[in-house]
Design a protein. Sequence first.
Length: 224
Amino acid sequence: MSNPCLLSSSIGKKFLMSITGLFFVLFVAFHATMNAVHIFSPEDYNAICKFLGANWYALVGTGIIALGFIIHIVYATILTIQNRKARGTDRYDSEVRPASVEWASKNMFALGVIIILGLGLHLYMFWAKMQLAEIAGFVDEIAGPADGSAFIFYWFSKPWVVVAYTIWLTALWFHLTHGFWSAFQTMGWNNKTWMPRLKCLSDVLATIICLAFEAVVIAAFCMA
């Protein structure tokens, strides 16, 4: 018999959201590293795309990532609704929030919405035309499923896509800078020694990840 406490209690929901959030950080770090290869060698980037493709391990990984992301979104939504109900009309009073609370921590849900919208755009422009296209057995008019470089040059030659991605990555940066250390805090690492270190690590990690993504965007736009 499963323990209902993990799924019903606020602490349980926060714990699951933290675990799935940290898993998502690992994924975007890997994805940013993989994409950064394109700056130095589009051919090597395509080799990575071909290696991953629609192989069983890539499909299993995609399924796990999707499941973790869905769980993260569901519990984030539930906790946001519960917190707003608990605060009632106090949420409209700026005096109830201490000055030490970061802007990102007060807007995590809104940032999450922007990230979801950006992810939807990203899935349409890349995943649907690459891995999904390979699964379905069709070739997009832009390029073949393994030619990730062609899709990068095609989409990031468009100014509106560059702007959209920059907004998306800015929201992701704010979300990561707060979410990373907050996840460890939820899991009990809330002390004077580790919190400053984790907050510093959050800023550094989020900056590296987002700059790696943005560098691919800008480089492709300039070379188009």
